[in-house]
Design a protein around this ligand. Sequence first.
Ligand SMILES: [Zn+2]
Length: 803
Amino acid sequence: MNQIVTVMKLINSTMVLAAPFLALFTLHAVEISPVPEKVIPAILDRQDFQVPDRVQMSGWVGRRIQGNEANRLVKLDATRLLEGYRKRPGRQSWDGEHVGKWLHAATLAWVNTGDPALREKLDYIAAELVKCQMEDGYLGTYVESNRWKSWDVWAHKYNLIGLITYVRYTGNTAPLPACRRMADLLCNTFGEEPGKRDIIKSGPQVGMAPTSVLEPMALLYRLTGEPRYLEFCKYILRAWEQPHGPKIISTLLTTKRVDKIANGKAYEMLSCLNGALEYYRTTGEPQILQACLNAWQDIVDHRLYLTGAASYWEIFHDDYDLPNANNVGETCVTVTWLQFNTQLLRLTGEARFADQLEHVVLNQLLGAQRCDGGAWGYYVQMEGRKPYTTNLDGQCCLSSGPRGVALIPTFAVTTDADGIVINLYDAGTARLNLRDHTPVTLTTETQYPGKEQIRIAVEPAETKSFAVKLRVPAWCPSATMEVNGQKVLARPNADGYVAIQRQWKKGDRIALRLKLEPRLITGDHMNQGKVALMYGPLVLAADEALLGKVSPAKNRGASSAPEAIPLNGIAVASPELAKLKVTPEPAPEEFRTWPGAQVFRIRAVTRKPMPALKTGTALTIRLVPFADAGGTGTRYKVWLPLPRDLYRGNLLLDGKASDSRQDHLDGSMTDEDVETFVTTADGKMAEEDWFAVQLNEPVMVKRVLFAHGKTLPNGGWFDATAGKPRIQVKRTKDGAWETVAELTDYPATTAKNSAEMDGGEQLICKLASPIKVWAIRIVGKPACGDNPQQAFSSCAELQAFSE
Ligand SMILES: [Zn+2]
């Protein structure tokens, strides 16, 4: 093992620019066949989920898949994953979820790469986890007196998912009895019979966390044929609809809105919906599929960020309520959304779900994964810095991200009743078996999405008539395709795919060209006055590492070193795409994460005076795909403002700022930059602090944003003990301040406890109705931290919006 690890380390350190290193491992000598299920599903998949050893990708996505395996999954510390089970309780209430999530991701990754080091680790961790099971079947991280009160069923869910995946793909059935004992314990503990517990009350998020165990219970029923596991699934569906339950299915059938389900918590809800679809596959109850399709349509229409993220503060909010930075884009939500789309793709065979998969993979998912695959971000927002970390503590997303990436080979290229379906275009080889068992090899050469050309060699083992279905993405303005140099009509069928039905033989070649061009997305709702750019499937972002520098005017004397152009100092040059002159070019060294990596020149203007540049000076800047933005630790931004005279965003941008202790304006709270802030720190006490912005003319305000400045040992936040900070306005120019709302989402801080508020943390307050204001301020009690002789607060941004 050590030798392999050493080789891996050498490879990893040069991975980014090295050729794909798949060839290092001897791939499984024989194809892996999962342990068959005993129960045939009622609904057969339209598209077949592929065993990941069949699909080897080596383009941009392929590199990310390899980085996930080599730099993350194989490197995770086994002792850390198992510690909460070996010595209960775990270090934190849901620490038990990580090992099951790792087993799921690592099994799929091992099937894909055949890496013996990962297999050794899998065997060890699966066996060690099973050893921690208690006599009665319990396999959680709680002490006995605390069982079944919070995240206990949840951890069992992930242990079942992880171990079932391990058993099915490795063929090592040793952990199967442990799975059955876990499931039996759940069946004996929860139910409607006297003496049993109510599963809804056994965990958080209105019972959505514990009841998401539906997914592995349906899988275990099909694997074992044990009828009581199916009965348990039916119990969960009834439990959902109890008066105190989350009412998932009935709410989706009546309101067709996910934000109306329980408390709207996205990760747990999508986990339940993935379970519901596994149950639907098993039993075929049509209203379950209809409810899930309603959820999908609602999310796509009203609750999806441009990059494919789907929540802020981890919750589904009101229609189009999508702030750019407010704990946006939890990676667990990204991955469960990806899984939801894979389930719907398998069940329906419709290309619209594959379109969403391409979109979320190439933007939000790869944007949450550090380019080398070694680290992940929790909240990956539309602007800010990517919060990449390798530490699992309190970070659910760190073990979710690798699951999403490990799933990609299962749906990238699949089979169906008619032949082959290509969902995701990446260089590589797929060795598939048609449903009649005819082997067909597809070899794809492309630098998509860097280049338009995709060449696919089709090699059936024998000449045979079948269809090759190509997905022409919904964003693509025109696609051309040829087979052996002959043009084929690119007209999609009802399922959304272009099917090339013919007698295929060895040596046949498909040439596909998906026209890549820029698109301008005009911001609406919370992004009025801003635009975003896309290029083909890629969402682009400005990154301060690519903005360049300006030299101060010579007459400014000694300080003539060039100064970096700040991210908040630029606007796009025009609201018209043609005038932006978007031009791709090869990425510079620090952004060259794969051979096809590109950046995109666009015309911009300065948005505020800078040394030697007055407002409105024309510049050329370069944008980078969201997936690579912030990869060097710098700040990035998806939504870019229009030039100042066209900007309709933050209404306070031109206002005059002040605070309750006038001498201490040390930064700015009106520059749309959360990293510069104002504090009231003057070493004195105060009963009340405020941060205000006065305007020259009145504006209609519907929404107010406050960004916390900085948390220091001796203060910096508001003490919310006696009440949350208030929003006050002046309705006339010289009128009196009037309280109109409270920042109800402000954390429950005290004078000494900051509730772990981070610098730049944003809080948004929607007013009950729009108010015409001349001035606006935040008022609250300053906190003293560890020094009761003084107290102060801080503010990074005060912004207001008309919508
Ligand atoms: Zn998470």
